[in-house]
Design a protein around this ligand. Structure first.
Ligand code: PMT
Length: 400
């Protein structure tokens, strides 16, 4: 069964459609999923914790500040535990709070604290659904990778007719099972990804680095992991949390990244160099903090190893090798030159001339490989990563 053993958090917010969620949970249990229910206070006015406990087979969580609940399965644990979170019904109020990142009840806090995919089944009066602000909120959530299920059109509990009816339990169940089927198509494929910046020490308190946030590399890692690939993420210093089912190796300098990358490259089938690696490091790192004295100071830099070029030129156990090229001019020429010189299978060219790609939430890419090219238009890094992974997998599979 596709959902067998999957850990699903079902969030219920206040709305008459909550009664249908009981049937959805029953379907999940029948499919042998492990279900935890989180109720908002207003949802508890529509369905009782006792019913949900009996149907889900687990205690129902309701309060953010319940010391007893935090002892057992606290909000952060629940956020980490979930393979997926389904919020059904998702009220207009919850959608608004979630859009702006509020964490003022247990469910919104879990949603903010999780890496798991989140599905929303909106349910509300048709007028509320069509309000510009609700539509803007839903668009913003979709751009963040949240998946909407429904709503359906029809007669509403209030007597109105229109869009806003929660999708049927069987429809919500079908979307979730579809997701977990798609999810597993890369099982058995092993991928290494480098991400983030490197730090090249000058002395014990100073370093040379760049503005890479790791967002692009982490999004790629997350997408591969969601599809069932075995993922090793070698990252420079970033503030991002590790995506689910990803093995993370933290490094600081280019030399450390080089060592971890070469060690892992030969054990994997695909290698993606998304990190912004420092091309040079300081020749002589000072043991002690350098004291201010002369008006000018010269730092001697020496070349770092080129990680992706070394992987690309491996003669044994060479993985399918994908590099990036961050350029401020002559984008396609420089990218194609890197494709050749570093012996890559694909290069992803990033126009960083506007200073917008590093640390931004959106990105666009031009892909080049020996026989072709493709443009991936501007979108969130999460969505872009999904497109990029499709392209990489398509080319990789042709080499098999
Ligand atoms: O982390 P984000 O804020 O989301 O930003 C994403 C990004 C802009 C960092 C990313 O999309 C990107 O473009 N990464 C590559 C940045 C870069 O250093 O490009 P480059 O053209 O200097 O390097 C070309 C390729 O060689 C890259 O694959 C790089 O990882 C690799 N390289 C570079 C130098 C070096 N010593 N070793 C390497 O492996």
């Amino acid at each position: 069964m596709k959902l067998s053993g999957k850990r699903i958090v079902v969030g219920i917010t206040g709305g008459i459609a909550a009664y249908k969620t009981i049937e959805f949970i029953r379907l999940l249990r029948k499919a042998e999923a492990d279900v935890r229910v989180v109720l908002t206070p207003s949802a508890a006015e529509f369905v009782t914790p006792l019913t949900l406990q009996a149907i889900s087979g687990n205690a129902v969580s309701q309060s953010l500040l319940d010391p007893q609940a935090e002892l057992a399965m606290g909000h952060i644990e629940l956020a980490k535990w979930a393979d997926a979170i389904v919020i059904a019904p998702a009220s207009a109020d919850f959608i608004a709070r979630f859009t702006v990142g509020m964490a003022n009840d247990l469910l919104s806090t879990i949603c903010l604290a999780t890496n798991a995919p989140i599905f929303l089944a909106p349910a509300m009066n048709q007028q509320m659904f069509h309000q510009q602000i609700t539509q803007q909120n839903l668009t913003a959530l979709q751009a963040r990778g949240i998946q909407l299920i429904g709503p359906n059109n029809g007669v509403q509990a209030c007597g109105d007719i229109g869009a806003g009816r929660m999708s049927e339990p069987t429809e919500i169940f079908a979307v979730l099972s579809d997701f977990f089927t798609r999810d597993q198509d890369l099982q058995g494929v092993k991928v290494v990804i480098t991400a983030g910046p490197t730090r090249e020490a000058i002395d014990p308190v100073r370093y040379i680095s760049n503005h890479s946030s790791g967002k692009m590399g982490f999004a790629i890692a997350e997408n591969f992991a969601k599809r069932g690939a075995g993922v090793t993420l070698i990252t420079g210093p970033v503030t991002l949390s590790t995506p689910n089912n990803v093995t993370r190796i933290d490094v600081l300098s280019a030399k450390e990244m080089w060592q971890a990358a070469l060690e892992n490259a030969v054990k994997n089938q695909i290698f993606i160099g998304c990190a912004a690696v420092a091309d040079y490091r300081v020749a002589d790192i000072a043991d002690q903090k350098i004291k201010k004295s002369a008006d000018e100071m010269l730092l001697k830099l020496v070349k770092n190893p080129d990680i992706i070029a070394d992987v690309g030129h491996l003669t044994e156990n060479r993985p399918f090798t994908v590099g990036f090229a961050a350029e401020t001019q002559h984008l396609s020429d420089y990218a194609k030159e890197k494709l050749k010189r570093k012996n890559l299978d694909m290069v992803c060219a990033n126009d960083v001339s506007e200073g917008q790609v590093f640390n931004a939430d959106d990105n666009a890419l031009q892909l080049f490989w020996k026989e072709g090219s493709k443009t991936l238009s501007l979108k969130s890094k999460t969505e872009l990563a999904a497109d990029l992974v499709n392209e990489i997998v398509e080319r990789y599979q042709k080499t098999l």
